[in-house]
Each structure stands twice: as structure tokens, then as C-alpha cells.
Design a protein around this ligand. Structure first.
Ligand code: 21W
Length: 250
């Protein structure tokens, strides 16, 4: 996969190039990260990438000229959808991540200041994507979140395809608690069921724990949970559907 990032702070992307799943993907040749700096496409001696907003108000806006020339250079090298990381975008979900991971190439635009000139969005951007309802200072960290989420789905990258598919959200429920050695830690025991070797019982316990965690932390997820992917028996599906109906009454 070819991922091009457009940012006036290309050094921030050392974080994904230098460690973790994205670094491994790059070493494997499964991911190429291309960094483009709009400042290299300025034509004035001060290399200015921002200007004051028409209509007045606080803050600055990224100028369309350098940004559009930069996007055009990036997409000329590797054609693919142009994604603008923006607080005004659609929410990044695992579904969208899966969709994007099947693209041979994507170009990510990270804005700074109050955002980018609207005409860049009108003429160059295919999708606007937000990573959540909180305020960042620019799109770079959001772009890195997207890169990590997408990279771990590229076939062969994780080295453990099963954990990529079986993780939290794969059935719409949150993950169950995990335990490893020692059996006792600061007086806290590992749940006895996990030591029984009874795999059917363990599966049921984990499902109950997932359900409990989802109800308490993210009840909104239950309304969309996909029971086709839960690997539950008929009895469990029936219980969960009854539980869902009760929730809808509340
Ligand atoms: C944040 C720029 C806020 C402009 C309402 C009206 C990219 C981001 C960003 C940023 C404002 C993402 C205002 C989640 C994010 C990003 C920088 C607007 C003034 N508010 N996902 N006017 N959160 N943020 N501030 O911040 O570039 S994806």
C-alpha cells in the first residue's frame, strides 16, 4: 500500500515510520510512506502556507495554491482517494478502516491553523474524516491514527491474522478481560473458570464478560452488534436479542 501524507510537519511522521506495526509493514515492503510538505510548493520568498481568513475573525487558513500543487504532485506519483483529516469529517470507524485498507494507495491531508481553504476540499478532497469529538491542534496525529489502523489490516502485516480479525469490534462487542501469570497478583486471583481447561465454559464466560463490559462502557454498541459474527450458540443469541429488546424499551 502506498500512503502519501501532506503536512507542514513531516517530521511528526517519524513516529509511525520508526516503530510498531507501521515500521514492520514498511520493512516488509507492504507499506510505503511518502511525505510531502506544502512549503516546498510555495512561490514566495517567505514560503508562506497560511493567510488571514476572508470575512475576518481569529486564526489563519491554509492557502489553496501550495496545498493544491502539493496534492497534485503526490497523486501524480500514486493515484488514489484524497482524504482530508478534519473535525468536520465523518467519524473514522473500523468499517471505514477496512474499506480504506483495500485501496492500493491513499493520500492523507493534515491541516494546521483553523483549517484549509474550502476550494481545496471542493476540487481535490474525496472524503473528510474525523477521529472523534475532541479538539486537536492539527491533522497529523489523526492521520497517524488512520495509518496505524489501516496498516495492521494489510494482509500478512500483523504476523497474526487471527488477532486482527478476532479483536474488539469484530462482532460489535468490547473485548473480555485478559489474565496471564502469576495466578495471584497483589492478592487478586485469576478467575477460576480460566484454569479449568473447559473451553466451552471459558467461551461462555468470556462472552458474558464482553456483554457486561459493553453494557457498562458502550451501551450504544449493543444496538448495532452483529450477532452473525459472535460465534454464539442459539441460546446465547436468543438471550442477547431479548436483552437488546429490553434496552430499546428504556
Ligand atoms: C481543530 C482545526 C478545531 C480547527 C467550531 C467553530 C483533524 C481533528 C483534526 C482543528 C478547529 C480530527 C471552531 C478530531 C480534531 C484537526 C485541528 C476549529 C474553531 N470550532 N479529529 N470554529 N479532532 N484539528 N476550531 O481536532 O485538524 S481530524
Amino acid at each position: 500500500m502506498e500512503i502519501s501524507v501532506i503536512s507542514i510537519f513531516p517530521g511528526m511522521f517519524d513516529a509511525v515510520a520508526g516503530s510498531g506495526v507501521s515500521r514492520r509493514a514498511m520493512e516488509q515492503g507492504a507499506l510505503n510512506l511518502h511525505r510531502w510538505d506544502p512549503r516546498d510548493f510555495t512561490e514566495d520568498k517567505h514560503r508562506g502556507v497560511d493567510d488571514r481568513p476572508y470575512g475576518g475573525g481569529p486564526g489563519m487558513v491554509m492557502k489553496p495554491g501550495p496545498l493544491c500543487r502539493c496534492i497534485d504532485a503526490a497523486t501524480a506519483d500514486h493515484a488514489g482517494p484524497v482524504l482530508y483529516l478534519s473535525p468536520q469529517g465523518e467519524l473514522l470507524t473500523q468499517g471505514l478502516v477496512e474499506e480504506l485498507s483495500s485501496e492500493p494507495a491513499i493520500t492523507l491531508v493534515a491541516g494546521r491553523y483553523e483549517g484549509i481553504d474550502e476550494r481545496v476540499i471542493q476540487t481535490r478532497v474525496d472524503r473528510e474524516i474525523s477521529i472523534g469529538d475532541y479538539v486537536l491542534s492539527g491533522g497529523e496525529l489523526a492521520a497517524m491514527v488512520l495509518i496505524e489502523a489501516v496498516t495492521r489490516l494489510i494482509p500478512g502485516v500483523l504476523g497474526n491474522d487471527k488477532s486482527a480479525r478476532q479483536d474488539s469490534f469484530s462482532n460489535g462487542l468490547l473485548d473480555c478481560p485478559h489474565f496471564t501469570r502469576p495466578k495471584q497478583f497483589e492478592g487478586h486471583e485469576v478467575p477460576a473458570v480460566l484454569l479449568t481447561g473447559d473451553h466451552e465454559k471459558i467461551r461462555q464466560w468470556r462472552f458474558q464478560q464482553s456483554l457486561k463490559k459493553t453494557i457498562n462502557s458502550r451501551p450504544d454498541l449493543l444496538r448495532q452488534a452483529d450477532f452473525g459474527k459472535t460465534g454464539l450458540n442459539k441460546e446465547q443469541i436468543k438471550l442477547l436479542k431479548e436483552f437488546k429488546l429490553e434496552q430499546e424499551d428504556v
